[in-house]
Design a protein around this ligand. Structure first.
Ligand SMILES: Cc1cc2nc3c(=O)[nH]c(=O)nc-3n(C[C@H](O)[C@H](O)[C@H](O)COP(=O)(O)O)c2cc1C
Length: 307
């Protein structure tokens, strides 16, 4: 999570029994990532991962440098996202790094499996950020993944609580991955204004921008998003990224760090409608596990118990 997935949050999630993930690109340079990995090591002795997002941009970040920083930092698990990570698989695999690719479609998940990913994260249409262009929600995507894949997968998008976890397991996933829900924790560095906006939001308060550019992003509705959607509609097929760049590019530090809620569009999941608190990471994970266990051993067990 850009400018949210920092060492503090990643370490807190790992310390609580999850797999915390540092966002590589938010660290600016491979050197910055190396420093953040070192910082996370001081905060946890548990495993954590690094997310490497391959952007559809012309001036690409120094991806080989980030890969080297991950390997040199002894990180064993990488979550790739965006474009196909194939070009970086040989270096990662040779170093013994396990790669989990985040996918929004079954065809991409099968491709990830074929190029050596040990697992995939299936990101349903509900998700914050980039849901792809197929608009398939998790109730369809997850069972399709269970049918199609040999490798294990986690469910991502819309996951918030014990109910989500049990549902994901029932649909064939091995676990859940949460974005917006972890943004809404005590250890998340997101500005208090961001947390207040998500607390106030319902499940109807996200919108999809950049669809005409085939780079769809689910964001929280605000005045910038209304302007972007109006520009997209007005320009139609003539729309270019430059027409909306002012309210899309370089927005995250201003929103997440400075709390400038007028800066532009930022990712948020529909799951905002299920979130009404800002707990400590350990409290959140323990509650999810306790609720999931109660659902399985009480409610679901009763359904199949002999009368
Ligand atoms: C503020 C924010 C920033 C995000 N930035 C990234 C990113 O840089 N790279 C990425 O792969 N996913 C990013 N995501 C998406 C999450 O990693 C995850 O796929 C998504 O949040 C799952 O949906 P959920 O929010 O419903 O749990 C971001 C999500 C949020 C909320």
């Amino acid at each position: 999570m850009h400018h949210v997935g920092q060492a503090d949050l990643a370490a807190a999630v790992s310390n609580a029994g999850g797999l915390g993930i540092i966002t590589a690109l938010s660290q600016g340079t491979p050197k910055g990532l190396a420093a953040e990995i070192t910082r996370a090591r001081r905060l946890t002795d548990r495993p954590f991962g690094v997310n490497l997002t391959f952007l559809p941009t012309l001036g690409a970040p120094d991806y080989p440098g980030f890969v080297q920083a991950i390997i040199a930092g002894g990180v064993r698990i990488v979550e790739t996202a965006g474009r196909n990570p194939a070009a970086h698989m040989p270096a990662l695999l040779a170093a013994g790094v396990k790669v989990i690719h985040k996918c929004t479609s079954i065809r991409h998940a099968k491709k990830a499996q074929d190029i050596g990913c040990v697992a995939v994260s299936m990101d349903g249409f509900e998700c914050a950020g980039h849901p792809g262009e197929d608009d398939v929600p998790n109730f369809i995507l997850l069972p399709l993944a269970a049918r199609a894949l040999r490798v294990p997968f986690v469910a991502s998008g819309g996951m918030a609580d014990g109910r989500s976890l049990v549902a994901a397991l029932a649909l064939g996933a091995e676990g859940i991955s949460m974005g917006t829900r972890f943004l809404m924790t005590q250890q998340s560095p997101a500005h208090a204004n961001v947390k207040a906006a998500i607390l106030a939001a319902s499940e109807r308060d996200t919108a999809l921008i950049m669809r005409p550019l085939r780079n769809t992003e689910r964001v929280l509705k605000n005045a910038s998003v209304a302007r972007i959607l109006e520009t997209e509609q007005r320009l139609g097929a003539a729309l270019g990224f430059d027409d909306i760049a002012a309210e899309v590019a370089g927005v995250y530090p201003r929103v997440m760090i400075e709390g400038d809620m007028t800066a532009g569009a930022w990712s948020c999941g529909m799951v905002a409608g299920l979130i009404d608190d800002v707990p400590d990471c350990a409290t959140l994970i323990n509650q999810i596990m306790a609720d999931a266990e109660a659902i399985i051993t009480k409610r679901l067990a009763q359904i199949v118990a002999p009368q």
